[in-house]
Design a protein around this ligand. Structure first.
Ligand code: PLP
Length: 462
């Protein structure tokens, strides 16, 4: 049946929701004498600022004939650009192939796959020039696939143009034509370059301020004119180990290097104080914007961004255990084996079961909390440990035994250590494939597994 004109295939209306994002004022964090506004790019349909450039770059390629019906869109991306491109490519019926470095959050990868994108994972520990470097790999793949269009956001003029034509004018209108400074990060440089051009024309006194992760070469380049050696950082989407070809940094008046710890704690504070769920880079941008604001001696109207939504980072920066494991949140130090316990019983952080619970309950609790073993507690005392192999041995021939009580499958030969025990004592326990139960002054304090010991050693790397 031929669809009526009203039902004929057309671009899904969701593409019309890209851009025109809301701007809200920060009212609780300390802004010194300034007013600070954040533009919620997290509200784009793909969840980030990159939806804007995805649409612009694909439409530019359609217009100049580099992308035709049935073509393949290829890009190297650490995430959000991929989500934007996957959204637009899907809407317009193109195949989407993405090369991504392996440090990306699982949520982003799953989101890309759910949108139907094909993923090639590559190493995140190699530099430009290495055949496994994600951008070099994407360029190679695009040259091999007939009808492929290599987007190359790092060198694509439609990227800064999207911001010059949409993001800049939106800010200008939303701020009633009064903007003293714009604080932004650089991934490809598209945002900064596009906004620099827009404000150079429209309001030359508006200052461009760079927010950059410690480890990136960009902020040191602004300060010293030299490109140093890049380090590493966990904030996603911004910071570079080179100066992107499209990045025009000439209008940057001031640059701030923000540590991962300050970025992540600021993003968490942004949620608690302002109720805005931003990604990790929102922390970097807001931290830099707050520093800029507090350094001013008179009122300035400052704009920054929430470049993407925090929903993708819930299991990382919004997860206290991850923050502790990474060393971004410090727990009190005791100078003994208690320092190795990541989930403390007195803090309510231990996932446990009772001896009378069913094995099904225990298994579900282990799965939800992503742990391989649980202590079995009776009146705050550890009476057993149940791990995956105990469980498997018990049920593998008779799955109905999932209904048996935990007591029937747990180990009750327990290895208890006082916090003052030595590392050698701890290793002796772990080497027997057992878990150390730390008991302090007669009270259960927490467990130490091999993973905890490895995490502790890594955290204390000199
Ligand atoms: C997550 C994220 N992606 C992208 C960008 C902007 O990058 P680009 O320089 O590519 O416009 C930012 C900027 O703050 C960001 O935080």
């Amino acid at each position: 049946m031929t669809p009526s004109p009203a039902q004929a295939p057309s671009n899904p209306a969701v593409l019309g929701l890209i851009g025109n994002t809301p701007l809200v004022e920060v009212t609780r964090l300390d802004r010194g004498p300034c007013r600070l506004f954040v533009k919620l790019e997290s509200q784009n349909p793909g969840g980030s600022i990159k939806d804007r450039i995805a649409l612009a770059m694909i439409e530019a390629a359609e217009q100049d004939g580099r992308l035709k019906a049935g073509g393949t869109v290829v890009e190297a991306t650490a995430g959000n650009t991929g989500l934007g491109l996957a959204l637009v490519a899907r809407a317009k019926g193109y195949r989407m192939l993405l090369v991504i470095p392996d440090k990306m959050s699982a949520e982003k990868v799953l989101h890309l796959k759910a949108l139907g994108a094909e993923i090639r994972m590559t190493r995140s520990d190699v530099m430009k020039g290495d055949p496994e470097y994600y951008q070099d790999m994407a360029a190679r793949l695009a040259s091999e696939i007939p009808g492929a269009f290599y987007v190359n956001q790092f060198g694509n003029p439609a990227n800064p143009q999207a911001h010059e034509r949409t993001t800049g004018p939106e800010i200008w209108e939303q701020m009633q034509h009064k903007v003293d400074a714009v604080v932004c990060g650089v991934g490809s440089g598209g945002t900064l370059t596009g906004l620099s051009r827009f404000f150079a024309r429209t309001s030359p006194s508006t200052e461009m301020v760079l927010a950059d992760p410690v480890g990136s070469v960009l902020a040191p380049y602004i300060e010293t004119g030299k490109i140093g050696t890049a380090g590493s950082w966990v904030v996603e989407g911004i910071g570079e180990d080179f100066i992107p070809p499209i990045a025009d940094l000439s209008r940057v008046a001031k640059a701030y290097s923000i540590s991962d710890k300050e970025s992540l704690l600021t993003a968490r504070e942004l949620l608690r104080s302002e109720l805005i769920l931003g990604g990790s880079s929102a922390g970097t941008l807001v931290a830099a914007a707050l520093r800029y604001c507090r350094e001013q001696s008179q009122l300035k109207r400052v704009v920054t961004f929430v470049p993407d939504t925090g929903g993708k980072y819930l299991s990382k920066m919004y997860n206290d255990f991850w923050m502790v494991d990474q060393g971004f949140i410090e727990l009190p130090r005791y100078g003994d084996l208690r320092d190795l316990v990541s989930r403390r019983f007195d803090a309510g952080a231990v996932v446990s079961v009772g001896a009378e619970d069913t094995l099904l309950t225990a298994f579900q609790r282990m799965r939800v909390s992503d742990v391989s073993q649980v202590p079995v507690l009776a009146d705050d005392r550890v009476v057993g440990i149940l791990d995956e192999s105990d469980l498997l041995l018990h049920v593998y021939k008779q799955p109905e035994r999932f209904r048996d009580p935990v007591a029937t499958a747990m180990t009750n030969r327990l290895e208890t250590l006082d916090p003052s025990a030595s590392f050698a004592d701890l290793l002796a326990v772990l080497n027997k494939d057992r878990i150390a139960i730390i008991v302090h002054e007669g009270r259960f304090f927490g467990l130490v597994t091999r993973y905890d010991l490895l995490t502790f050693l890594r955290r204390n790397l000199p």
